[in-house]
Write a protein that binds this ligand. Structure first.
Ligand code: ADP
Length: 513
């Protein structure tokens, strides 16, 4: 049997998709491979076909317990002997399965990483394991966005398998750094990476708008379409869910605070189109295979671009045009700050998370193509997509270097100890008491932007903060500091551009007298 005949006879497909054949050939030649393919790219076949061509067992490590049974059932339907071992089984079921495995009747064994403690490995060590496939392999890396300690134990245990199996690691999201980490930990030299670009997805950033209004209008305009709305907290999920429900949207909700039964029922409502919109935290989606999701809206900014791309990527798996929209508000960045602060990470871990979050702000404020911005983060190149909100924004770039310098120098003169509100008030020459109290009306930057509205100046500060010229730090009311990049602007070494977000000012009435 060749891989091609198996593809046709067992799976009913005529051709391999990009990258699949390369991975299969490498594995059959005993070469370890890291496979980076977008969601829906067809990663499973990359190990399922070699599994059938190898003499022994293929161990598939997957964190998606809910999906395991479906995958095993699908394989069994195709007469491919497969089984799974995870926490849903009781002891006697486990024992039965091991017996079947020992008898050499199984080709693919799916296991969850949590299950793979040392004891389980002692049992596995008695099996002729030829291939180990590690799904969602980014979970191995501390640089990945979904690091799981159980994956680290796994890599150590794998080394103890006497059969010295070939290893394939698979993921849809790996920055060059994460890819290096995975390869190093698993002893992999080869990498097969297919294009990250999702050419049916239109990315969109919507800044500083009334999210509720936006969501209601959007859902109304796309009434019959399936979509997911992500929020950062359970509370916000509940709030948005009730808002949409009140407006007669067929909506379901999903978060970690619901019972297992409720989550299953709600998920099914969405999968089987009884609810068109799912409002959820990031607990929803891993392993959900709903192909006709037309939009993914992030009501609140997620913690990293990896998480964003993975969640947004759940739109349009059927290849039809779909939208991925980020509703960006600085207040939501503060929520992510809070979540990082509260997490059990060590200081270095928190620092990494803050850096990832900062990148989300840059994504929201970049004026280059959004798809290109994402691709370059993952170490890929791409041409401007022509579909995203930046590509479609035809406004001319304006040089805002001078205004930027005014803002930055004002922040410096206020000794970098205040937030954006007061900085904006000083710049527009406000008379509020605090300004007198600190004698900021004596600063040379006081009133430097007279005539602009305070709101417009705050908008500019937000833009400069998110774009990295200013840094905001500290709890609920962050204080502003000029960044290294900002200093270059002050020294005249950097120009700053922005497609003006301000409404054009009215031209003065013509005096026709
Ligand atoms: P991933 O794990 O990369 O997200 P899957 O392995 O679940 O993707 O595959 C996504 C879909 O593509 C599945 O329905 C699968 O059957 C289908 N598929 C995989 N390979 C091919 C192929 N060569 N030709 C056609 N369809 C394929």
């Amino acid at each position: 049997m060749t891989p091609e005949t198996l593809l046709k006879t067992k799976f009913g497909y005529d051709q391999f998709r990009s990258g699949q054949k390369e991975v299969i050939d490498d594995l059959l030649a005993g070469q370890n491979v890291l496979t980076i393919m977008p969601t829906g790219g067809g990663k499973s076949l990359c190990y399922q076909i070699p599994a059938m061509l190898m003499a022994g067992v293929t161990l598939v490590v997957s964190p998606l317990i809910s999906l395991m049974k479906d995958q095993v059932d699908a394989l069994n339907d195709n007469d491919i002997p497969a089984t799974f071992i995870n926490s849903t089984l009781d002891y006697s079921e486990m024992r039965d399965r091991f017996e079947v495995l020992q008898a050499g009747r199984i080709k693919l064994l799916y296991v969850s990483p949590e299950r793979l403690d040392s004891e389980a490995f002692d049992q596995l060590a008695t099996l002729p394991i030829d291939l180990v496939a590690i799904d969602e392999a980014h979970c191995i890396s501390q640089w990945g966005h979904d690091f799981r300690p159980s994956y680290l134990t796994l890599t150590d245990n794998l080394k103890r398998l006497p059969s010295q199996p070939t290893v394939v690691a698979l993921t849809a999201t790996a920055t060059p750094q994460v890819a290096r980490d995975i390869k190093q930990r698993l002893g992999i030299n080869n990498e097969v990476k297919t294009g990250f670009e999702r050419d049916n997805l239109a990315f969109k950033v919507v800044k500083d708008q009334d999210s509720d209004r936006y969501l209601l209008d959007y859902v109304r305009l796309n009434a019959d379409q399936a979509g997911i709305i992500y929020a950062s907290t359970r509370k916000e999920v509940e709030r948005v869910y009730h808002l949409l429900k009140k407006h007669h949207v067929k909506v379901a909700l999903y978060h970690g605070g619901l019972s297992k039964e409720e989550r299953q029922a709600n998920q099914d409502d969405f999968l089987y189109d009884r609810a068109s919109v799912m409002v959820a935290t990031n607990a929803f989606g891993m392993g959900i295979d709903k192909s006709n999701v037309r939009f993914v809206i992030h009501d609140q900014v997620p913690g990293s671009l990896e998480a964003y791309y993975q969640e947004a990527g759940r739109a349009g798996r059927d290849g039809l045009p779909s939208e991925a929209i980020l509703l960006f508000k600085l207040a939501d960045v503060a929520i992510q700050h809070f979540l990082i602060d509260q997490s059990e990470r060590d200081e270095a871990g928190k620092k990494r998370e803050y850096e990832k979050l900062q990148l989300m702000s840059q994504y929201a404020n970049t004026e280059e193509c959004l798809q290109t911005f994402i691709l370059s983060y993952f170490g890929d190149v791409g041409e401007a997509c022509g579909r995203c909100s930046n590509c479609l924004d035809t406004r001319e770039l304006q040089d805002i270097t001078v205004d930027t310098q005014k803002v930055l120098s004002c922040v410096r003169r206020m000794n970098e100890r205040f937030g954006k509100g007061l900085v904006a008030q000083v710049l527009v020459g406000s008379q509020v008491a605090r300004i007198k109290q600190f004698q900021f009306d004596r600063l040379s930057t006081y009133g430097l932007m007279k005539g602009q509205s305070q709101k417009a100046v705050v908008g500019l500060i937000d833009y400069l903060t998110a774009a990295g010229y200013l840094q905001a730090s500290g709890g609920q009311y962050p204080t502003l500091r000029v960044s290294a990049l900002g200093l270059e602007v002050l020294q005249g070494q950097q120009q700053v551009f922005r497609k003006t977000a301000l409404k054009a000012t009215k031209s003065l009435p013509v005096n026709d007298a």
